[in-house]
Structures are given as structure tokens and as C-alpha cells.
Write a protein that binds this ligand. Structure first.
Ligand SMILES: Cc1cc2nc3c(=O)[nH]c(=O)nc-3n(C[C@H](O)[C@H](O)[C@H](O)COP(=O)(O)O)c2cc1C
Length: 223
């Protein structure tokens, strides 16, 4: 009996040692070299491979995906979690086409902006995207940064779901013109909220090369 008891203790200790050992191994593998991590890390891969897309397939984006992307947006860090932002999702071709038609009317034919209309690939004023998420903010010390972080979440979650996207501020001027006013109204933003940027989303029909980035701006400070 005494022998059996001792055997049990030894077996238990051996099991615990194995478990501890396995945990140590797994935590060791999590602290592999940073290079190996970035090669295999899907988040880093998504960040580094995302590009602004301005040509889209003629394919609607399912609303469940747009909803999921918007929810990723509102999960961005934001000052004091005040969440002074609003999102409006437009995936109506009619709305986007009508806004574009009104925009065309608002642009003088001899202005540089009018050149884009002659491009045979021009579909709409939102860089041809079949869906647009408008981001509005309430003026405040953090809200522009908050909305930028939100847009970052939006473009990255879109990319991770197999969608292309482009952040845009260019089209927003239209919404303060007389022609744009009805479209701004239709977004029904709350009192005090102003459009800050928008993000076009759709299935990419191009694979642009990465635009160069200047790594010189990154510096470690010693002491
Ligand atoms: C705040 C902001 C505003 C932008 N506005 C426009 C725009 O109006 N039209 C456009 O085509 N791209 C716009 N872009 C996209 C940039 O041109 C693009 O992110 C930049 O050239 C880098 O290319 P990449 O996104 O492919 O890495 C904007 C991006 C940001 C962050």
C-alpha cells in the first residue's frame, strides 16, 4: 500500500513537471525573434500589404461585412472613451450616383477637378467605391485623432475581410455646396457633428504597388 502511494506521488510529480515544461516551451516559442513574428503575424501582414484602392469590381459588399467593419471602427481607442463620432454607411448605388451627378454639376467644366470625369474608368466621386462609410466628429481636443484611429481600424478590418478601401477627404467639400446640401442632410448627423472623412470600400479590382515610405522619420533616442 505504502509502495502504491509512493508510486502515485511520483506519477503526479512527473505529470506536473511535464505540464510546466510544456508551458515553458510554448512561452519560449512566443518569444521567438521579432523577424520571425512579423513574417507569420497576420495583423502585421495585413498592415503592410494594405493599399488604397481606387478601382473596384462590380460586386456589392454584404451588409454584414460593412456592419462588422464599422464595429471594428468604433472599437478604436478614443480620448476618455467619449466616442464623439458618428458613422453613416451608404451602399446605395442610386445615392452614390445621384451625389456624383450633383457633384459634376457643382464643378466648373474648366476646373482641374473636372478632368476625372473624362476618365473612362470613372464611376463615382468616391474613387469608384460601391460602399462608403462617412465618419463625423463633434469638435473637441481628441476627436480628429479618434476618427483617424477609427479609419485605421476600418481599412485594416476591410483588408482582413478580403476587401479594398480608400480613406478620402477630397469628396467632402461637395457636402458644403448648395448641390451637396441635400446629401449631407440625408446622412442625418446629430446636432454638432461634422463630416471629417470617408472611407470607400469594395472588392478591389487593382493591386497597386506600395507607395514609398520614409523610414528616416523613425529614430530611437538613446539617453
Ligand atoms: C486623411 C486622408 C485623406 C485622404 N484623402 C484622399 C482623397 O481624397 N482621395 C484619394 O484618392 N486618396 C486619399 N487618401 C489616400 C492617400 O492618398 C493614401 O493613403 C496615400 O497615398 C498612401 O497610399 P496607400 O494608402 O496605398 O499606402 C487619403 C488618405 C488619408 C489618410
Amino acid at each position: 500500500m505504502k509502495h502504491l502511494f509512493l508510486s502515485l506521488i511520483v506519477a503526479l510529480l512527473a505529470t506536473t513537471a511535464c505540464t510546466t515544461n510544456t508551458n515553458t516551451q510554448s512561452s519560449d516559442s512566443q518569444t521567438a525573434t521579432p523577424q520571425a513574428q512579423s513574417d507569420e503575424n497576420p495583423v502585421i501582414e495585413t498592415i503592410l500589404s494594405r493599399r488604397s484602392i481606387r478601382a473596384y469590381k462590380n460586386q456589392a459588399v454584404p451588409r454584414e461585412l460593412l456592419q462588422q467593419i464599422a464595429e471594428c471602427g468604433i472599437n478604436a481607442p478614443n480620448g476618455m472613451n467619449a466616442q464623439q463620432w458618428e458613422l453613416r454607411i451608404v451602399d446605395s448605388k442610386e445615392w452614390l450616383d445621384n451625389a456624383t451627378a450633383a457633384y459634376k454639376k457643382s464643378v466648373k467644366p474648366d476646373s482641374p477637378m473636372a478632368k476625372q470625369f473624362a476618365d473612362p474608368s470613372f464611376k463615382n466621386m468616391f474613387r469608384n467605391a460601391p460602399a462608403v462609410i462617412f465618419i463625423a466628429h463633434k469638435a473637441g481636443p481628441c476627436t480628429q485623432v479618434d476618427c483617424g484611429l477609427m479609419a485605421g481600424n476600418i481599412v485594416l478590418s476591410a483588408k482582413s475581410l478580403g476587401l479594398g478601401s480608400v480613406c478620402m477627404m477630397g469628396p467632402l467639400g461637395f457636402f458644403s455646396t448648395p448641390e451637396g446640401e441635400p446629401f449631407l442632410k440625408s446622412l442625418s448627423l446629430s446636432e454638432g457633428y461634422k463630416l471629417l472623412l470617408c472611407v470607400g470600400i469594395g472588392y478591389a479590382d487593382e493591386q497597386p504597388d506600395a507607395r514609398p515610405r520614409n523610414k528616416e522619420v523613425i529614430k530611437f533616442i538613446e539617453q
